[in-house]
Design a protein around this ligand. Structure first.
Ligand code: FAD
Length: 469
């Protein structure tokens, strides 16, 4: 079922008298459980037109580097194969999405797109909607409860959004059936594509040669791809079913222990839209397990709270003053001039060159694997707050490092997760130096929770393995 609340026309244009309609895939990079794709098929069938799907590969995307592009392209390659099996043509164009979508709109009866929540991609949609002569219709598929339906305002914390989301869950936790396309487009050419195509990306997909493609792209290549995660829907599904079979029943007990692997590892896939959170939730609900409630709370409440934050707070990546609740901002300001025992520069943090072996291990984990364990993420950003000259510096350094090295970086969860370490969505605690009333974490706390030295050893082994390769 595609709930009508997921569908939003972004302009007032009329359907044009053209042969084809298009789905501009951007945020929901998947074929399975994609409401925008299924809606596009419905519309094409109803209008008796064919549907093609395209993606615009933008090499200037803020903060994206080779690590992210490689992962995304692995997913796009798979999408092409899966759409072909459904008789639907898929093409990737290289360039500026605003230019390319506007040109495609000249040959389109209608364009469907999916929904994203951050500045750059929201602006693309707004500008395109204003500049084209056919309808641009947005279908929201990366949240279980659409963002405005969950709440009409920025929420204070998980406990305030939880009851609002829970009230609507039954309506939105609905299966999504695959539609059959009536008019296959798979053998059709985009008749205008030679005007748009400056690089034949399909060729690299067909030859399975993504390394050659990324080499040619004018992107930041300073951060290498990781071997730990390969992009794509199939990998995402493997992680999901492995998690359900082997980890879910202990998730509530062991997900905070970085020495044990009891996480789903779905965040990179969710970030690129390579797996649907709705599919994940439905599959998790299928199997009763003691870890189910805790996991669904993270996936639905915590994750959708992050989207609420970036959607309603346009400064989500800017100044702490406009992000934090008054108590948190005031207390951090009051303690801004407290003497710091250690001060590190961004470069020292980046090189994992602090005095703290636990912090350094966490930073190395992120650099090597493309993801840091969730529990260590909290400790990591809390210590950046403790060891930088000001909270605002700490916020900026945390975002910079998180988004540069993490495959799941640049996500609503990145901004909310880091802001949480400065008091967002949290409550006041006992007052102390530097942290004020924001929650404090220290190395003794890590040792009480899990074998922190074992974690350091495990990361050292990872580092040695990487260096010997
Ligand atoms: P699992 O524990 O298996 O969780 C499954 C899913 O639930 C996650 O993929 C995620 O979508 C959601 N989830 C879990 N924990 C949280 C949480 N605390 N807040 C919101 N959603 C959650 N998450 C990112 O996706 N990208 C980031 O860049 C990111 N940066 C963070 C930075 C800091 C400082 C902190 C404290 C948290 C950050 N998080 C981020 C949130 C969380 O740590 C990750 O979502 C989680 O570690 C991802 O790993 P997983 O999918 O294996 O988690």
């Amino acid at each position: 079922m595609i709930q009508k609340e997921r569908i939003k026309p972004l302009n007032d244009e009329q359907v044009q008298n053209k042969e084809q309609i298009f789905y501009w895939m951007q945020a929901s990079q998947r074929v399975n459980y994609n409401h925008a794709l299924e809606f596009a098929i419905e519309r094409a069938n109803k209008l008796n037109k064919s549907l093609s799907v395209f993606f615009v590969l933008n090499t200037d995307f803020p903060e994206a580097n080779l690590r992210h592009y490689q992962f995304m392209l692995e997913g796009l390659k798979e999408i092409r194969e899966k759409l072909e099996k459904r008789n639907i043509k898929f093409k990737v164009f290289l360039g500026d999405p605003e230019d390319i979508v506007t040109k495609i709109a000249e040959n389109s009866a209608l364009i469907i797109t999916d929904r994203d929540y951050l500045k750059t991609t929201k602006k693309w949609r707004k500008n395109i909607a204003e500049n084209i002569n056919c309808p641009l219709v947005q279908v929201e598929s990366n949240l279980i409860v659409p963002v405005e339906e969950a709440s009409p305002k920025e929420e204070y914390a998980a406990y305030t959004i939880r009851k609002k989301i829970n009230k609507k869950l039954d309506y939105y936790l609905e299966e999504l059936e695959k539609r059959q396309i009536k008019h296959p487009s798979v053998n059709k050419e985009f008749n205008f594509s030679n005007k748009l195509e400056n690089e034949n990306i399909t060729k690299y997909f067909k030859n399975n040669n993504l390394a050659e493609l990324t080499q040619k792209l004018d992107i930041d290549k300073s951060i290498k791809p990781v071997s730990h995660y390969k992009g794509g829907e199939e990998q995402a599904k493997n992680y999901l079913y492995d998690f359900i079979t082997n980890k879910l029943d202990k998730y509530h007990e062991l997900s905070n222990d970085p020495t044990k692997d009891y996480l789903s590892h779905l965040s990179p896939y969710l970030h690129f839209g390579q797996i649907s959170p709705l599919l994940v939730a439905l599959e998790i609900k299928e199997k009763y397990s003691p870890g189910q409630e805790e996991f669904l709370d993270q996936l639905i409440i915590r994750r959708e709270l992050s989207f609420n934050f970036v959607y309603y707070n346009k400064d989500y990546d800017q100044s702490l003053k406009s992000i934090l609740p008054d108590w948190a901002y005031t207390t951090l300001e009051e303690h801004k001039n407290d003497l710091r025992e250690y001060i590190y520069s961004q470069e020292e943090f980046e090189k994992a060159a602090t005095h703290d072996k636990y912090w350094n291990a966490a930073q190395k984990e992120m650099k090597i694997t493309g993801k840091m364990h969730g529990y260590m993420r909290m400790y990591w950003a809390k210590k950046i707050l403790e060891w930088t000259p000001s909270p605002q510096d700490a916020f900026e350094i945390s975002l910079y490092l998180n988004n540069k090295y993490s495959l799941d970086g640049r996500d609503p969860n990145s901004y909310a997760g880091i802001a949480w370490c400065f008091g967002k969505h949290d409550r006041a605690w006992k007052e102390r130096k530097v942290f004020g009333k924001t929650r404090y974490m220290n190395a003794n706390g890590l040792n009480r929770k899990f074998a922190a030295d074992l974690y350091v050893q495990q990361i050292e082994q990872l580092t040695e393995k990487k260096n010997s390769n």
